[in-house]
Design a protein. Structure first.
Length: 689
């Protein structure tokens, strides 16, 4: 019988209270276990390591290490969520939040703050106080002020405390989201394990070595004068001789009483002055190794002698590790605080990223790839190029610098060409205007119904006693559903007709790429087809509140608001709090609506294009169409299976007219043998000649 596996223990066992080195047992304070501070500080605490920073060499290599991180380029990467996928990056809420965070960081002393926080590498930890400010109805950062770690201690729960004249033992509690703590060298000890422990003794030995060096220079750099006087000389005359000896150290000539003499005594030594210089040089090298991981950058031999290149790589590893630690600190504190203050309800936060690797010269590699792919014809996956050249893959629907047609090239006297790629500049401009107009129309309609729903919701909250979380979210969802369902009654016929007309009446004589061009005969618009297309869009619009991609984020935001504000959301709370909730919820819904509307329009435009094209193709006597799937990583199994399938135009035309007029709730229109086969489908049709 297999041994039963126990569930993992999730609580910490080796707690700070059980650590005999850092917990005294009678006060709510952890002691710093640094062995150097315990034996050498003599009441100075972490100020002891100020002496390390004052050493010329130690201060120089420490500054080099700090600046190797601060001098690198950094960026704020947007959060990756389900909502952001499938939308252009510039339009996502995640990208807007990332841009806001970067803007705030660029406005304040962010570089200086990072340099000061990195002093935690020396002390073990360092503290920055965030000075918040209000500007344009937003919470921003005015400045981040570094605070010496000697002013702080930690509780047994590893919470930061401020030591003050009134409370010098346990310290005062600090406000939440006010102080950043950069910890180095230990995840268990909140005081960290700084390099001061390793640097103190080299600095101390160097300091005292220089002191003895100066004594040596004074003793052996000049002869020692010796005064001689006869026996029985009076005390006053002896003092005159001593004054003359003292004056000899500064003056070129002196006078002495008669009968007295001054001799210059040369000190005898067996050692050399190089002993002290070697000692100080050795200590400097130990500091370099401790801070930089090597000595090449401070004392390397010109010409890359002494294996300097390999030593420099070790230094790069340390720089990357420091950058990662600093990013982790900021990503866990400053960025979530800033986002929560300005974008309530967000659960996925942007992150700061520091580039520590030098950019490679990619030109030789690009020249090689051109030869392999274009000249030799080597088969290479497109993902290789995105990864090798660090180029972000374009989002679905994003405008491309050099768009590539998904249709095959012309061959022999036959051709098959993508229907939608034959538009010239003016036609494409007209198409974009129609689609943008459709988006604005739907946004305005949804905005009206959203405002009506929020008004009713606000009245309910003002009049209602405190509700449970489940009752609150259910009431909000019910109100939203009621008003969004009314979108099914909206009149969007003009916008739909404009797009449908465009695809139906635009010149398709270049479809085949041959001469003479094929001409088409157009019949009056089938009003029934137009009504069906409009009804499909309205039905999707009225039901998108039931979509999990819409419902999930909205409900999560509501739950977070309930947990944060509680009774303040109801009649017993303040009107200001409820008004604030309404305004913030409106922002949340607007972002979600924009994404849903764009998805509906994207599918709708594909559908209208297919319907118009099949009607034109049938009227022009085209016999067959071929389905061409996008064949990207997002292509579903159904679309991939249909790729290359040829369909009969006349039969499809008849079935299409019957299917699109059915009730949208039945889903029968999704069974059409023409794209789109599902929302966000990007399959296309090409004529087979």
């Amino acid at each position: 019988m297999a041994e039963k596996i126990k569930k993992p223990e999730v609580n910490e066992i080796a707690t700070a209270q059980k650590d005999i080195d850092i917990f005294s047992g009678w006060i709510n304070r952890l002691e710093n276990p640094d062995p150097v501070l315990r034996t050498e500080a003599q009441g100075k605490g972490l100020k002891l390591y100020d002496d390390v920073d004052r050493d010329a060499h130690a201060g120089s290599v420490l500054q080099t290490r700090y600046l190797s991180v601060v001098g690198k380029e950094w960026n704020i990467e947007p959060a990756q969520t389900g909502i952001s996928r499938g939308r252009p990056r510039a339009e996502t809420q995640e990208q807007k939040i990332a841009d806001f965070v970067k803007e705030v960081f660029l406005e304040c002393n962010f570089d200086q703050a990072r340099q000061e926080l990195l002093q935690g590498i020396l002390y073990g930890f360092y503290v920055g106080e965030v000075m918040w400010k209000y500007a344009n109805d937003q919470v921003r950062i005015a400045k981040i002020r570094a605070k010496h770690p000697r002013r702080f201690s930690f509780t047994t729960d590893r919470e930061l405390r401020l030591l003050t004249p009134q409370n010098m033992i346990e310290g005062e509690e600090v406000p939440d989201r006010k102080f950043i703590v950069f910890n180095y060298g230990s995840s268990d000890n909140p005081y960290g394990k700084g390099l001061g422990q390793k640097l103190w003794w080299p600095v101390w030995f160097k300091k005292h070595g220089i002191k003895f060096w100066m004594i040596f220079c004074e003793k052996f750099g000049a002869p020692t004068p010796v005064g001689k006087y006869p026996a029985g000389t009076k005390k006053e005359d002896q003092d005159l001789l001593l004054e003359a000896i003292d004056a000899l150290q500064q003056e070129t000539g002196v006078i002495i009483p008669e009968g007295m003499t001054i001799d210059l005594l040369e000190a005898q030594r067996s050692g050399t002055i190089n002993t002290y210089e070697s000692l100080c040089g050795y200590m400097d090298k130990q500091m370099s190794k401790t801070v930089l991981g090597q000595t090449a950058t401070t004392e390397g031999t010109p010409g890359k002698l002494g294996n300097e290149e390999s030593q420099e790589e070790v230094r790069d590893d340390i720089t990357k590790a420091d950058a990662d630690l600093l990013c982790e600190c900021i990503n866990n504190t400053l960025i979530p605080w800033l986002v929560d203050f300005n974008f309530p309800g967000v659960t996925a936060y942007p992150k700061i990223w520091i580039r520590t690797e030098e950019e490679k010269d990619l030109k030789p590699l690009a020249d090689r790839d051109v030869i392999l792919v274009r000249d030799i014809g080597l088969r290479v996956g497109e993902q290789y190029f995105y990864d090798t050249y660090s180029i972000p893959k374009p989002e679905e629907g994003e405008k491309l610098v050099s768009p590539q047609s998904s249709a095959p090239k012309l061959f022999s006297e036959y051709a098959e060409q993508d229907i939608s790629e034959s538009l010239d500049g003016e036609m494409e401009k007209k198409r974009q205007e129609l689609i943008n107009g459709y988006f604005n129309r739907l946004s305005a309609i949804t905005g009206e119904h959203r405002d009506a729903a929020l008004n009713e919701m606000q009245k309910m909250m003002l009049a209602s006693p405190v509700m449970t979380e489940a009752a609150f979210t259910a009431a909000v969802y019910k109100t939203l559903s009621k008003y969004y369902q009314k979108l099914n009654q909206a009149d969007i016929s003009d916008a739909v007709k404009g797009i449908y007309d465009f695809y139906r009446l635009s010149d398709k004589s270049t479809w085949l790429g041959n001469e003479p061009p094929i001409t088409f005969a157009f019949t009056p618009i089938d009003q029934g087809v137009l009504d069906s297309l409009q009804n499909l869009d309205k039905w999707h619009l009225s039901k998108f509140i039931e979509n999990q991609d819409m419902q999930g984020p909205a409900m999560n935001w509501l739950k977070n608001q309930y947990l944060e504000k509680g009774e303040g959301l109801f009649g017993r709370g303040s009107r200001e709090a409820i008004d604030g909730f309404r305004s913030q919820f409106a922002d949340q819904l607007t972002g979600l609506e924009d994404w849903q509307i764009r998805r509906i329009i994207d599918t709708s435009v594909t559908r209208m294009r297919s319907v118009a094209d099949i009607m034109q193709a049938d009227q022009a006597g085209v016999g067959k169409l071929r389905i061409v799937a996008a064949m990207t990583e997002r292509t579903c199994e159904r679309c991939a299976a249909l790729n290359g399938t040829e369909i009969d135009v006349a039969g499809v035309h008849s079935n299409m007219l019957n299917q699109i007029k059915q009730n949208p709730a039945s889903g029968a229109y999704l069974q059409m043998p023409l794209p789109p086969f599902h929302p966000n489908c990007h399959c296309r049709t090409v004529m087979v000649v």
